[in-house]
Design a protein around this ligand. Structure first.
Ligand code: CA
Length: 224
């Protein structure tokens, strides 16, 4: 079977790492396991890495949250975070790290494999209709997955990028928060309508006046 791509698992618990490794290999991925954050970052930076599964609690100076943060750019690597407890998940959502999905331990390996597939499908989608869309002073380059203002790229997290690309593909349309949640990030994603507001706020902060994004009262948002 041809490899589905290189996938990095950053997990210090050998039992969990072993099971995850087994299921992902069986599913056709080439898997590299790293036991701490530094090794995980180095492994994820190797060209051809399609995704990283990252445990939050890791030994050493670089925890899973930091790994996730550093994998958001140059170029971004999609991340599925493993969280030990629900309160850890609350912390993750509060930080808005831009992780692509989360799964709380204990989890079924099949569920993890399904999440990995969903994230990869989402990451691949914009490339099918590559184009440079223009919204006000912002260029939305769906081929390069890059936003530019006055010709200069602006660093966005994976999740911010997906929101911007979805809004740009629906230029001029008033969209509800539900439509945005589902359209930008897919039906399986963990999040609620506040997530949309948080990411809109981040986009506005990063793109400033160049972004012609209007709040539509009682509904959601409209770009352009
Ligand atoms: Ca751990």
């Amino acid at each position: 079977m041809a490899s589905r791509g290189r996938l990095v698992v950053v997990e210090d618990d050998p039992g969990i790492a072993g099971v995850v490794d087994l299921y992902l290999r069986r599913d056709g991925f080439e898997v590299v396991v790293a036991g701490d954050g530094e090794q995980g970052l180095a492994a994820a930076r190797v060209a051809g890495t399609v995704l990283a599964v990252v445990d939050i609690g890791l030994p050493g100076g670089v925890d899973g949250l930091e790994v996730c943060r550093r994998l958001q750019a140059d170029p971004p690597v999609p991340v599925v975070l493993l969280t030990a407890r629900d309160d850890e998940l609350d912390r993750v959502l509060g930080l808005e790290l831009g992780a692509d999905d989360y799964i709380t331990k204990p989890f079924s390996p099949r569920e993890l494999v399904a999440r990995v597939h969903a994230v990869l499908r989402r990451a691949a989608r914009p490339a099918t209709s590559a184009a440079v869309l223009v919204a006000g002073g912002v260029e939305v380059d769906t081929g390069r997955r890059e936003a530019r203002v006055a010709g200069s790229p602006v660093a966005l997290t994976a999740r911010e990028w997906e929101l911007l690309a979805f809004l740009a593909r629906n230029l001029g349309l008033a969209l509800s928060r539900d439509q945005i949640l589902e359209g930008a990030w897919g039906p399986g994603w963990y999040g609620d309508e506040r997530t949309v507001d948080v990411h809109v706020r981040q986009l506005r902060a990063k793109l400033g006046d160049a972004l012609p994004l209007t709040t539509v009262r009682g509904l959601g948002y409209r770009l352009g």
